[in-house]
Design a protein around this ligand. Structure first.
Ligand code: ZN
Length: 322
């Protein structure tokens, strides 16, 4: 006897009936870069279609996000002033805080998540306070608490700490609970690798380290078991959503988290993954729409419930067409 698996692939309608995974607009979070200043609308060369906006120019982008029914945005702030500690991150009138207030006032239903880190705000570009040429974990935690409280007061819907500091989730949970924000959720960049796929983002967010690299706090791409360990700690410390970053080269890690944790799993389809598809498509080497949809579907299939992606608007347009 021959096992005839092709029987269930014969027509589009039978394929629809047995289809296991589906990408929807409900899965998407769109990252936004918001720069301090006026009249800014700067295209990021390595990320075609993605721009840095100032608050006075960002409305048309937000109008489009809302019109496409994308549920959430993830904000990155680009301040005009940087210092050693990234003290602008807890300025109640900083770019991030003003952006949150602006969006929640004008687009009250759009779900607003803030990236919580220091690298766009420090003169050295690292994700915390530097002592002896390395990021001082516990000194950084103190400032992380100040930063999330400031975001919470501005009215953010969710915070997303990305610095890979040990104890960051318990520190943030405690800070929020003690200041009247026990219901504010945390999406942890739980398993974040020290990856070359972040290259274009660093142009976008102006956050490349001026010395060294991030390998003393971000994970070694060689390690899989360690990803489970990282996620376990964040789960125990009270993260509401666990994220894997990057996505495409780390689909095994997404599946590990899906199998091991009873929490929603997010992944970050990072700038380098976006840039590769855009560049190959611009050369006519691949079918952009099909490759984009297949790449994002692979993240769903791996186990991601939520996908943070620069493709969010493009994907929404494809899905709305159908
Ligand atoms: Zn950082």
């Amino acid at each position: 006897m021959i096992n005839r698996t092709r029987r269930l692939r014969k027509t589009e309608n039978i394929r629809r009936l047995v289809r296991e995974n589906k990408l929807t607009i409900d899965d998407l979070i769109y990252p936004l870069f918001i720069e301090e200043g006026e009249n800014i609308e700067t295209e990021i060369v390595s990320m075609p279609g993605i721009k840095r906006f100032s608050l006075d120019t960002i409305s048309k982008e937000l109008d489009e996000v809302v019109a496409l029914d994308i549920p959430a945005v993830l904000l990155f702030g680009i301040p005009s002033e940087k210092d050693d500690t990234g003290s602008e991150t807890w300025n109640d009138n900083g770019i991030m805080q003003r952006a949150v207030r602006f969006i929640k006032k004008n687009y009250p239903d759009l779900y607003v998540i803030t990236d919580v880190c220091f690298c766009e705000y420090t003169s050295h570009g690292h994700c915390g306070i530097i002592h002896d040429n390395d990021v001082d974990n516990d000194a950084t935690l103190v400032n992380l608490a100040k930063q999330v409280i400031s975001h919470a007061k501005a009215g953010v819907d969710m915070v997303a700490p990305s610095g890979m500091m040990d104890g960051m989730i318990s520190t943030i949970r405690e800070a929020l609970d003690n200041t009247g924000f026990p219901n504010l959720p945390i999406m942890s960049y739980a398993v974040k690798y020290s990856s070359a796929f972040y290259g274009p983002f660093r142009d976008a967010a102006d956050s490349a380290p001026t010395f060294g690299d991030r390998r003393t706090y971000q994970m070694d791409p060689s390690n899989r078991d360690e990803g489970l360990r990282e996620a376990t700690f964040d789960d125990q410390e009270g993260a509401d959503i666990l994220m894997v970053k990057p996505a495409l080269s780390y689909l095994d890690i997404i599946r590990d988290l899906k199998n091991n944790f009873d929490r929603p799993i997010a992944c970050y389809n990072v700038s380098g993954e976006y840039a590769m598809i855009k560049a190959a498509a611009a050369n006519g080497w691949i079918d952009e729409e099909r490759v984009m949809m297949e790449a994002l579907l692979s993240m769903k299939r791996a186990g991601a419930d939520i996908i943070i992606t620069y493709f969010a608007k493009d994907v929404a347009k494809v899905l709305l067409k159908k």
